[in-house]
Design a protein around this ligand. Structure first.
Ligand SMILES: [Ca+2]
Ligand SMILES: [Ca+2]
Length: 170
């Protein structure tokens, strides 16, 4: 009789192989810190710096785009729609330095405009780094000139020490 522990170990290694084979994202896309690490699909693109993943509204950390009442804002949203379309697999790394900040009164939200197109089913609002289609969306928007880095949040953000954040002003 094969000991149960060996069967369990065997099953574990098979699962590991399957997980590895199914993963299209590089290892560097693992979340950092202790805050939310959300894996799911984009369900709606609100504008250039805000997307929904199920019932979670995700405002991009550090990266801001203009609103939809100006052409640059519309272009930024279109860029996100092309780069990271609805139904794309995403990993959201919540910004450990800015947890809960979107629940604070309006003055603190200056420039973050997360309520655009609000929906009743949204239960959580977070600031995060978005991995999608092999890229970091926050970074790619800046690289392509569709947004700007909000330097006022560099002191707080978990991501301000990363190369892309430094490159654009942190
Ligand atoms: Ca984090
Ligand atoms: Ca916005």
């Amino acid at each position: 009789m094969i000991p149960k522990i060996l069967i369990i170990a065997g099953l574990c290694s098979i699962s590991l192989v399957l997980i590895t084979a199914a993963s299209v994202l590089p290892a560097s896309t693992e979340c950092i810190g202790e805050a939310m690490c959300l894996k799911g699909k984009i369900t709606e693109i609100i504008d250039g710096d805000t997307v929904d993943v199920g019932d979670v509204r995700v405002r991009l950390a550090l990266t801001s785009t203009l609103e939809l009442d100006v052409p640059e804002g519309v272009n930024a949203k279109r860029f996100v729609e092309e780069t990271c379309p609805v139904n794309s697999d995403v990993i959201i790394d919540e910004d450990d330095g800015q947890v809960g900040i979107l629940d604070l009164p309006d003055p603190v939200l200056d420039g973050r405009d997360i309520d655009t197109g609000d929906k009743a089913e949204i239960t959580n609002r977070i600031l995060g780094k978005v991995y999608c289609q092999g890229i970091v969306l926050n970074e790619e928007i800046l690289e392509q000139g569709h947004g700007e880095l909000s330097t006022m949040y560099c002191a707080a953000s978990e991501f301000s020490g990363e190369a892309w954040a430094k490159k654009f002003g942190c």
